[in-house]
Write a protein that binds this ligand. Structure first.
Ligand code: SF4
Length: 325
């Protein structure tokens, strides 16, 4: 893994306009991603975790330029791509691909998998039929499927096999960066480890850089080099995978880790419990000051008045909480 960033995000914001009355006359901003900064080094896996609706998928899709950013900068291999038009973005599109959560919904049911996998090749490469077929059969073999299955349709495959097709489709154009957006959440537990192992093997073989989005914290720990924790559109903590799990600092990170079941009852009993109560506030109207203050047991007056800033508390471990100023 290199120490050179492939992806750099600076003060990224993504707001969506929503109508907030029945006549649709009043509009408000839904602050899905609100001023976040982080980087992903070449060959690294950066995990992004948080509750549903915290903005992690929107972050990934904005970096991929599937959404236009509202503000901030996105650097891909040193080039600012956040404001590029579609024509100038095209060379970058091939270099970044996405693996989605639900392989059945993401694969066209009317196309045989050979066509599904070769579709990005037609978009990005001017190649002949023979070369295209060879590339498709090669990647099919790499994901554990074979040539004889190439003319079958998605419904003829199991969930795990469909995710292999999704991975083949993403990797056939030899990208450098892959957004893995909950790629195992819809799969049986028995299949999840196979898919994770495959992604790790491809990372070694092709030098891939991953942004791995998930809510399964134990799996994120296994695959990630570093992890960012998101809450209500903001990143509240970043650390290496081991550091985050052994020394979580932000109260929200502690609460997320408390929710992971531990099979050993002695370790489970000795671990500090942190149960958060209450619902996550609306991103239409996030609380001023610290956004976690409505659910935090350490809340103080300062938390409602002043927004905490990111602070590096040890090498590579940054946290946004007044407890650490
Ligand atoms: Fe809790 Fe205050 Fe820290 Fe926010 S800043 S996490 S409310 S202690």
């Amino acid at each position: 893994m290199s120490s050179e960033p492939l992806i750099e995000v600076k003060n990224l914001k993504k707001y969506f306009w929503v109508k907030n009355n029945v006549l649709g006359k009043v509009k408000q901003h839904l602050k899905a991603v609100d001023d976040i900064s982080f980087h992903i080094n070449k060959g690294e896996t950066f995990g992004l975790v948080g509750e549903s609706g915290c903005g992690k998928s929107t972050t990934g899709r904005t970096i991929m330029r599937l959404y236009d950013p509202t503000d901030g900068e996105i650097y891909f291999d040193g080039t600012e791509i956040g404001k590029l038009n579609e024509k100038k973005l095209k060379p970058f599109r091939k270099r970044m691909q996405i693996i989605l959560q639900d392989p059945f919904a993401s694969l066209n049911p009317h196309m045989p998998i050979k066509e599904i996998i070769s579709e990005p090749l037609s978009t990005f490469k001017n190649i002949g039929l023979k070369e295209k077929d060879e590339l498709v059969y090669d990647i099919l073999h790499k994901v554990g499927l074979n040539k004889s299955q190439a003319n079958r349709y998605p419904h003829e495959f199991s969930g795990g096999q469909r995710q292999r097709v999704g991975i083949a489709r993403a990797l056939v154009v030899k990208p450098e960066f892959v957004l893995c957006d909950e790629p195992i959440s819809a799969l049986d537990v028995s299949i999840q480890a196979q898919i994770i192992n495959m992604l790790e093997e491809f990372q070694d073989e092709f030098g891939l850089t991953y942004l791995f989005i998930a809510h399964d914290l134990s799996m994120v720990r296994h695959i990630s080099d570093r992890i960012g924790v998101m809450y209500l559109g903001e990143i509240v903590e970043i650390a290496t995978s081991d550091e985050l799990y052994t020394n979580p600092l932000h109260p929200y990170t502690k609460a997320l880790l408390s929710s992971i079941p531990i099979p050993d009852p002695d370790i489970a009993l000795s671990r500090e419990k942190y149960i958060i109560t209450g619902d996550i506030p609306s991103p239409l109207n996030p609380p001023p000051g610290c956004r976690f203050r409505t659910r935090c047991k350490y809340v103080s007056e300062k938390c409602s008045k002043t927004k905490p800033k990111m602070k590096e508390v040890s090498s590579g471990h940054v946290v946004s909480c007044h407890l650490f100023y």
